[in-house]
Ligand binder design. Structure first.
Ligand code: UD1
Ligand code: CA
Length: 473
């Protein structure tokens, strides 16, 4: 028999009223990614993106726009009439599959291993419906699992799922919850999905009701309880959002440490899910590594640095308080303390960018240095060139941006202003405090400097005048 085919459906059409937000619930972020993004990534480990169906509705276009790079399919649920109604919209799309795994857009911590366990259990037991269950510390708010008791012993079979508002006092004692993650035999599901009623406190079609319908028809409805209860926590409130963000980041730092990264005070660092770090890199306390940042091996990232979407090579040192976005830093470069690398900076191997230096769309070639108090925008700086303290590229004329190009092994004296567009040749010298408005050829000196005036003894007379004026008052 060929392997049974699986699709994954992700319920993501709801508004998320309890978040009190303009943003649809599944676009709220934890660990730097939307809730739905986490679920889609986990699902993509199990089936191809083309076999993943996100059911969207509230602010559908916004959700679709944000998630479309992940390559999944989308199905619209025009009106949000409940989780069962959401799945009804998938009847056609799912007809060609044997089974469907159903995930929830607001249950983001689910790991691929656990989804695979649901799939394997479902197949091994020839179930019609498999429900992933858990026993969290506080089951309040979740649907509860009513297991079938045979001869006083509870079995894997589920008689029904009962939502919080419909629990009898005795059922309130049940600690086993419905995670909202299921596997279904597609034919069995859609043969009965129209039997769902809206006979409940919200007047919605609850998918959970299908458990009782299937088991009533003698179809096997089984529970698989995960020991990892924290994986199936849902996000319905801002407090839960913060709680799940913490869990995910803790999981991230643990994974990194297990793979050879040193993280001191891991509870103080903030590392997004999309970050990768090579072994023997050291992360000091209170560092933030955000977005899709990648860091090589043997780096040192010192405290209070905030790196967003950065590509960092091996052996790089990022000193304290560096703020860097959307840029690259190559092998053995040294950045900071207090550097600001903005969009499109390319810092070459062994280059140095020091304190209070800002770069934007600027390339520093190998070994180039800009160590103090400098702005380099739209600039290209050759190998081993030294940029003196207080150098400014005047790249903006009020309307357009212009380029500054500096060759290799040049020396730019302190407090130079380079009025772009301008080129400084290789090996050229620029005298301190010059304002450079024309190109300077290779190996030349560029210097603008008013003559130095010295009047000996002048200050004595000046002070006497000032003193006399003060006494008159
Ligand atoms: C649901 C389950 C509950 C389970 C819990 C686990 C039902 C009736 N209840 O409750 O047993 O313990 O999840 O987290 O299923 N959605 C749609 N379309 C809709 C309504 C909801 O796509 O019309 C989506 C939501 O966007 C969300 C998911 O379905 O991602 C779950 O909906 P939600 O309203 O959060 O259900 P819960 O009350 O959490
Ligand atoms: Ca929920």
């Amino acid at each position: 028999m060929p392997n049974p085919s699986f699709a994954i459906a992700i319920l993501a059409a709801g508004k998320g009223t309890r978040l009190k937000s303009k943003l649809p619930k599944v676009l709220h972020q934890i660990a730097g990614r939307p809730l739905l993004g986490h679920v889609v990534r986990a699902a993509s480990n199990i089936v191809a993106p083309a076999d993943i169906f996100c059911i969207i509705g509230h602010e559908a276009e916004r959700v679709r726009a944000e998630l479309s790079p992940l390559g999944t399919q989308f199905i619209e649920q025009q009106e949000q009439r409940g989780t069962g109604h959401a799945l009804m919209q998938c009847r056609q799309a799912l007809a060609k599959y044997d089974h469907v795994l159903v995930l929830s857009g607001d249950v983001p911590l689910i790991r691929p291993e656990t989804i695979a366990a649901v799939r394997d259990f479902h197949i091994a037991n020839s179930a019609s419906m498999t429900i992933l269950t858990a026993e969290p510390a506080d089951p309040f708010g979740y649907g509860r699992i009513v297991r079938r008791i045979v001869n006083g012993v509870s079995t894997d079979h589920v008689d029904s799922i009962v939502e919080q508002k419909q629990l009898t006092p005795a059922q309130e004692e049940i600690g086993e919850i419905n995670s909202g993650i299921y596997a279904f035999n597609v034919a069995d599901l859609f043969a009965r999905i129209d039997q769902l009623s809206t006979d409940n406190p919200h007047g919605e079609f609850y998918l959970t009701q299908i458990a009782a319908i299937l088991q009533h028809d003698g179809k096997p409805v089984l529970a698989l309880r995960t020991p990892h209860a924290s994986e199936v926590l849902g996000v319905n409130t801002r407090r839960e959002l913060a709680q799940l963000d913490s869990i995910l980041r803790e999981r991230k730092t643990r994974d990194l440490m297990d793979n050879g990264v040193t993280i001191f005070k891991p509870e103080s660092v903030i590392i997004d899910a999309g970050v990768t770090i090579g072994p023997d890199t050291i992360i000091e306390p209170f560092v933030q590594l955000l977005g899709e940042t990648t860091i090589g091996e043997d780096c040192l990232i010192r405290s209070y640095s905030v790196l967003t979407n950065m590509q960092i090579g091996n052996g790089v040192r990022i000193n304290q308080g560096t703020i860097a976005d959307d840029s690259t830093v190559e092998q053995a470069a040294i950045i900071g303390p207090y550097s600001r690398l903005r969009l499109g900076s390319e810092i070459g191997p062994e280059a140095h960018v020091g304190n209070f230096v800002e770069t934007k769309k600027t390339k520093l070639a190998r070994g180039a240095k800009a160590n103090h108090l400098t702005y380099l925008g739209d600039a290209e700086i050759g190998e081993h060139t030294n940029i003196g303290a207080g150098t400014i590229t005047c790249n903006y004329d009020g309307v357009n941006k212009h380029k500054t190009v500096i060759g290799a092994s040049a020396f730019i004296g302190s407090d130079t202003t380079l009025v772009a567009p301008v080129r400084i040749g290789s090996g050229a010298y620029i005298g301190a405090a010059s304002c450079i408005t024309r190109d300077v050829p290779d190996d030349s000196l560029g210097l603008t400097r008013p003559e130095l005036l010295i009047k000996e003894g002048w200050a004595i007379g000046k002070r006497a005048k000032l003193q006399a004026a003060k006494l008159k008052k």
